[in-house]
Design a binder for this molecule. Structure first.
Ligand SMILES: Nc1nc2c(ncn2[C@@H]2O[C@H](COP(=O)(O)OP(=O)(O)O)[C@@H](O)[C@H]2O)c(=O)[nH]1
Ligand SMILES: Nc1ncnc2c1ncn2[C@@H]1O[C@H](COP(=O)(O)OP(=O)(O)O)[C@@H](O)[C@H]1O
Length: 199
């Protein structure tokens, strides 16, 4: 009866500029204990981004090495750069019975779905297309050509929202953060007992 629920792996995805970073920052402001994986990327740091905090910034050779050594839980190329989730910290969290949150794009979310079917996949959606464009251009962190590229990808990402377990609309940061906290603390439904599915 008293079998504890397995620690859950939760993935948060959504188009560039929808507010994934903002909502996660709000969740962590309220609940500093929420653990979020720090990805590796070949993208250049933006002003204010700190190596080891926002990302582990690596070059192509280092990224290749991580792939070869099976060091990544998943990885994908997105808008000309590669991004991946270091496997060991996530595995250690889950092995200790503690939840883990990944903020990754669609191809990565699909890889997690395949490898860990019990993972919870959450899609953060904008209230409207116009608002997404506003946020991405308003952030001002990318050149117009890069924004265009990200918006083209965003259309395909929005089309895939139905693949996710839950869609959270980021109309208001506090409200979306509340909803995400609820999902992170909800018990996992339907244990896959005896499958050894959770890594
Ligand atoms: N597959 C995968 N995607 C990631 C990872 N880390 C970040 N991303 C995604 O890569 C995309 C681009 O990230 P970034 O350049 O930081 O831009 P931003 O999310 O728009 O601020 C976003 O959709 C991120 O969620 C990762 O480890 N794996
Ligand atoms: N609910 C919201 N309402 C208005 N602006 C928002 C909201 N959430 C995020 N933003 C703004 O949208 C921009 C993109 O947010 P960001 O967290 O960088 O997105 P992502 O991590 O998904 O790329 C930022 O300027 C942020 O302040």
């Amino acid at each position: 009866m008293a079998t504890p629920a397995p620690a859950r792996l939760t993935v948060l995805s959504g188009p560039s500029g929808v507010g994934k970073g903002t909502v996660i920052a709000e969740v962590r402001r309220r609940h500093p204990e929420v653990w979020v994986s720090v990805s590796v990327t070949t993208r250049r740091p933006r002003p204010g981004e700190v190596d080891g905090v926002h990302y582990h910034f690596v070059d192509d050779a280092e990224f290749d090495r991580l792939i070869e050594n099976d060091g990544l839980l998943e990885w994908a190329e997105y808008a000309g750069n590669r991004y991946g989730t270091p496997a060991t910290p996530v595995r250690m969290r889950l092995a200790r019975g503690l939840p883990a949150l990944l903020e990754i794009e669609l191809q990565g979310a699909r890889q997690v779905r395949t490898r860990s079917p019990e993972a919870q996949l959450v899609f953060l959606a904008p209230p409207s297309w116009a608002e997404l464009v506003n946020r991405l251009t308003g952030r001002g962190s990318e050149a117009p050509a890069v924004q265009e590229r990200r918006l083209a990808l965003a259309q395909a990402e929005l089309d895939a929202a139905g693949e996710f377990d839950v869609v959270v609309v980021n109309d208001d940061v506090a409200r979306a953060a509340d909803e995400l906290v609820g999902l992170l603390t909800a018990p996992a439904p339907g244990l896959h007992q005896g499958t050894g599915a959770h890594e």
